[in-house]
Design a protein around this ligand. Structure first.
Ligand code: NOJ
Length: 508
């Protein structure tokens, strides 16, 4: 049986507010994305994941959904969405959309109805608890503040409602079968429009622990959750996806910093197709730290046939080019990210080597402190960077006059061209896409491994340090891709320069 498309794919995350602006209002939109599809085809990615573009009051910039079945006017219309999906498909790009099942917006009709009265037939679609306004039901804290309670007192009806995130994001009650049905309908709505899958937001958190007990770690603890019941709900999503033709897929945001726990969300091949595993994202740029994180994935995922994912940057975390501190390291990290066994997820702009924008206090808009990583993508070197007359909703990232798509595209030594060469190398190598992963003898501060599928082989060598290293790899190899572009096509002589990473192919 051929492997499903999502195993060999590279997924590119688009944060629609910040990708490209077609109507010149300073906020990106769906038509902006459609007009830049050729950039993504030229780059060589296989699939797009669109962060939320649904109707939303934007308290959490779209992760507070007021209508799961409509596009926010800021981003366009459902017709724009259909056109985007059709044009992406025509170019061979798959489309994943973000699905936000844990909570809706407080402005969703369901919540407005639920809040209107204790007798509302939607009341039990959310999580309400009796009490008094002076004492929240337990010690759970809301995610962004980490201090404020995860409960808000509703004056009019005299009960508390639960929100693991902002008060504007009430948690849905996943113990209520009507919620399960209604949310399945929202999945069907997207599946019927032809989407290829979903990124599922905080999907591990859906069902809460019965009785809402106090917990030791009041804002992150899994002790707040009924994981058993959540797994059951996830199996329901899987059955629904599998009932559609064409290998529809899912990738779950399971924000638990334990690879063993993350592995559980693959079920027995009957839960999520893929799960984000965040410990590597939070690892330092050090060979030993990475080796440990990779080994954990091998140990936990391989025995159960779970297909790994790899991610260095997204809309919730500082970009890795900034975290690692130099472009040289970011380049080496790109080689690592795109050659490990599993599906890599790129975050828009990492292919340009972007670092976070500096956000002056008066321009802070995100309650979670994530504005820097969400800066608009500079398309050109002109003062408006291809966005039009209005000031974009966030400041530009650093060095946008040179670090932009147009300038990097004409510069073969750019980070953009490195990503393109790496993606081409993947497409040309079944071993890199789907092969086994095996470590090879590695120098201190460096990592060597081999990928194999049938006759196809690649070796990868990564120097995590600023000093040159000797690291011979058994066999005769040619440099296929070099993080700094040096020596491509030459024989590998068993040594790496500072911060250098290489993809090697057998010489003969
Ligand atoms: C995770 C998303 O990635 C993040 O951006 C969002 O704020 C929370 N979930 C709440 O939906």
């Amino acid at each position: 049986m051929p492997e499903p498309w999502w195993k060999s794919a590279v997924v590119y995350q688009i944060y629609p507010r910040s990708f490209a602006d077609a109507n010149g209002d300073g906020v990106g939109d769906l038509e902006g994305i459609r007009r830049h599809l050729d950039h993504l085809v030229w780059l060589g990615v296989d699939a797009l994941w669109l962060s939320p573009f649904y109707r939303s009051p934007m308290a959490d910039f779209g992760y507070d959904v007021a209508d799961y079945c409509d596009v926010d006017p800021l981003f366009g219309t459902l017709e724009d969405f259909d056109r985007l999906v059709a044009d992406a498909h025509q170019r061979g790009l798959k489309v994943l959309v973000d699905w936000v099942p844990n909570h809706s917006s407080d402005r969703h009709a369901w919540f407005e109805d639920a809040r209107a009265s204790r007798e509302s037939d939607k009341r039990d679609w959310y999580v309400w608890v009796d009490g008094t306004p002076d004492a929240p039901p337990n010690n759970w804290k809301a995610a962004f503040s980490q201090v404020d309670p995860a409960w808000t007192w509703d004056e009019a009806t005299g009960q508390w409602y639960l929100h693991l995130f902002l008060p504007e994001q009430p948690d849905l009650n996943w113990r209520n079968p009507a919620v399960v049905d209604a949310m399945h309908d929202t999945l069907r709505f997207c599946l019927d429009r032809g989407v290829d899958g979903f990124r599922m937001d905080v999907v591990h958190a859906l069902v809460k622990r019965e009785g809402f007990p106090d917990v030791d770690d009041p804002w992150l603890s899994t002790d707040r959750l009924d994981e058993h019941a959540t797994h059951e709900r996830i199996r329901g999503f899987r059955r629904l996806l599998d009932s559609y033709p064409g290998d529809r897929t899912s990738v779950g945001e399971v924000f638990i910093l334990s690879t063993a726990k993350v592995a559980e969300y693959y079920g027995r091949g009957d839960e999520l197709h893929m799960v984000f595993n965040f410990p590597p994202l939070y690892a330092k740029w050090e060979a030993a730290a990475w080796r440990k994180r990779i080994d954990r994935v091998v140990e936990e995922f391989d025995p159960i046939g779970a297909w790994p994912t790899w991610v260095l940057s997204n809309h919730d975390n500082p970009r890795h080019a900034g975290r690692y501190g130099t472009e040289g390291r970011a380049r080496a990290a790109a080689v690592l990210l795109l050659t490990l066994r599993g599906t890599p997820f790129l975050y828009q702009g990492e292919e340009l080597g972007l670092t976070d924008a500096v956000i002056p206090p008066e321009r802070v808009v995100d309650p979670g402190g994530r504005d820097g990583t969400r800066a608009p993508i500079p398309w050109t070197g002109t003062p408006d960077h291809g966005w039009g007359p209005a000031e974009p909703w966030l400041p530009w990232p650093p060095d946008a006059e040179t670090r932009n798509a147009e300038s990097e595209r004409v510069d073969p030594s750019s980070v953009l061209h490195l990503y393109r060469r790496l993606l081409a190398a993947r497409h040309g190598s079944p071993a890199l896409q789907l092969g086994t992963w095996a470590p090879r003898p590695s120098a201190d501060g460096a990592l060597a491994y081999e990928r194999t599928l049938g006759d196809d082989r690649r070796a990868v060598v990564v120097n995590f340090t600023e000093a040159p290293v000797e690291m011979p790899v058994e066999g005769e190899w040619t440099i296929e891709v070099a993080s700094d572009g040096a020596g491509e096509g030459d024989p590998y002589r068993g040594a790496l320069g500072p911060d250098q990473a290489l993809v090697l192919r057998p010489r003969f």
